[in-house]
Design a protein around this ligand. Structure first.
Ligand SMILES: [Zn+2]
Length: 517
């Protein structure tokens, strides 16, 4: 009797996880609990993902993109998350959600986008990018189409880690949303309290340039109080290790047109006499860089914010794969005078992204062309102002003796100025980068590594994303992507490796439970 009574008493005590609200479990333990929950619920989680992927999500497809938003509202409200749609005319709204944790002192905003790149269905192996397909391996490795396993009375559905779901946005960027929500379900099922207040911002036009994001968020600033923004967009490192990144580059774009005679001229009758715009443009472009790829434009590197010790250390520790890349890409001698790729993406770039004058190959004509055109892009790093970068390039062109205009030249101008450059300014935006030695930066790394093992830590990605918008709100911005690097992002046959998806759930679960700093 006595023993039974004690047993009953113990059984009546609150669950340890509830009793120990102030001492959260270690990330590895949380990850384990999320894994246990997931293994019992794979069917339900994959069904939620598949249903979401089945809604076409090109940003300009107004009815469908709004269907995605409505579906997201259902997914969030099913979890008791307070939801607001921040409307954008003709586009998918920003879906905002808020989940308050009574005792939490920190608020984390989780950013992802629910739109995807436009699709060319004919280029997809299964022909229908919005009908999710399961394969037992990547298509490149001969992966075969298999049916989605289902729960039965005796067996629960089990998915292999190496299986892949093929559909638009299966990686970019719907699966992180489902992973986050499934992680919340797992924590609740395992009675692990959230350690932070959670807000979500799910954007519906990221792949269309995030044109309205800043303006929309400014109108709803009152919702955005927080201590950190985590972006889920992008893949993990090619090595397969988890990735934590702390910045994105900015960029600017411009087109340069250089003029010759008012019409293309016979190269026999006029060659040696009529100035050739393709030659002039080549000379101009070639003068912008030295043989190592160093930009020769005055002041080009002056505003680059120096790296801190934490960033230098992270760069030194990054996996070395330049030699592999050189082999794979057929590059005998990279630019950069011996610097590594990861060091070079910490510097501004200047790139000719396209070049055009008259015709080549079978269409070649024996002419002195009337014009030559180049399109340039420059990636910016922290410290640089997009306007100033554009002005530096224009000043350089002026210094080479060009008469610079922003429209077609008049005949009078052509008669007067031997060198004329029309420059079309495409605009751009600045880089963002959060210092890696902030307490919050270290804590995010600790939690991710605690949950999923050693991570690759990058001071910045080479690519561009408008994370400066959140930086301007005063938030540190840290990237914690989860999907496989070989996911065919933006292309046909986009896919998600399930092992990465499951690990992503565990990482997000650990962040929600343990991110205190
Ligand atoms: Zn994306």
């Amino acid at each position: 009797m006595r023993i039974l009574a004690v047993t009953l008493l113990i059984a009546a005590l609150p669950h340890p996880a509830i009793a120990q609200k102030s001492t959260p479990r270690a990330p590895a333990e949380v990850a384990q609990a999320v894994r246990e929950y997931r293994m019992d619920n794979e069917d339900r989680i994959i069904r939620e993902l598949s249903e979401f992927l089945a809604i076409p999500n090109t940003a300009s497809d107004t009815p469908n993109i709004q269907k995605n938003a409505a579906h997201l509202v259902e997914m969030l409200e099913a979890r008791g998350i307070e939801t607001h749609l921040l409307p954008i005319t003709g586009r998918g709204p920003v879906v905002f959600g808020k989940l308050i944790t009574p005792e939490a002192k920190r608020t984390v905003i989780f950013y992802a986008h629910y739109d995807g790149q436009p699709v060319d269905a004919a280029a997809w192996t299964d022909g229908k990018p919005f009908e999710p397909v399961l394969r037992d391996a990547p298509i490149e490795a001969g992966g075969k189409r298999i049916s989605f396993p289902e729960n039965s009375a005796h067996h629960r559905a089990v998915y292999d880690d190496d299986w892949r779901i093929y559909a638009r946005s299966s990686s970019d960027d719907k699966s992180p949303i489902v992973a986050l929500l499934a992680a919340i379900d797992a924590l609740r099922a395992k009675k692990i309290p959230l350690g932070v207040n959670l807000k979500v911002i799910f954007e519906g036009e990221e792949e269309a340039g995030s044109t309205n994001l800043q303006r929309t968020l400014e109108l709803h600033k009152n919702l955005l109080g927080a201590d950190l923004l985590i972006t889920a967009d992008g893949p993990v490192h090619q090595s397969g290790r988890p990735l934590v990144f702390f910045g994105n580059r900015g960029d600017i774009g411009l087109d340069i047109t250089v003029y010759g005679p008012v019409r293309a001229l016979h190269s026999g009758h006029y060659g040696n006499w009529a100035p050739n715009p393709a030659m002039e443009l080549s000379r101009l472009l070639a003068s912008m860089k030295d043989a190592d790829g160093r930009v020769l434009i005055d002041g080009y590197y002056d505003d680059v914010a120096p790296l801190g010790d934490a960033e230098k250390k992270a760069l030194a520790e990054l996996p070395q794969n330049d030699a592999d890349l050189q082999r794979e890409l057929g590059i005998a001698k990279p630019e950069g005078g011996g610097k590594k790729l990861v060091e070079l993406i910490m510097e501004p770039s200047l790139n000719i992204r396209g070049l055009r004058s008259a015709y080549v190959g079978e269409q070649a004509q024996n002419v002195v062309p009337d014009r030559a055109e180049a399109s340039l892009d420059a990636r910016l790093v922290r410290g640089e102002d997009p306007r100033k970068k554009f002005d530096q390039i224009v000043r350089f062109i002026l210094k080479q003796g060009y008469y610079v205009i922003d429209r077609e030249p008049t005949i009078e101008e052509r008669r007067t100025h031997p060198l004329i450059a029309k420059i079309a300014d495409e605009g751009g935006y600045r880089a963002s980068r959060t210092p890696m030695d902030l307490p919050v930066s270290k804590k995010v790394v600790d939690v991710v590594e605690g949950a999923a093992g050693p991570a690759v830590k990058m001071p910045t990605l080479g690519g561009t994303a408008p994370m400066y918008i959140f930086e301007e709100l005063g938030l540190p911005v840290i990237g914690v992507p989860i999907v496989n690097a070989d996911n065919h992002q933006h292309s046909s046959d986009e896919n998600l490796r399930l092992g990465h998806f499951w690990r992503g759930m565990e990482i997000y679960g650990a962040i929600l439970a343990d991110l205190n700093w």
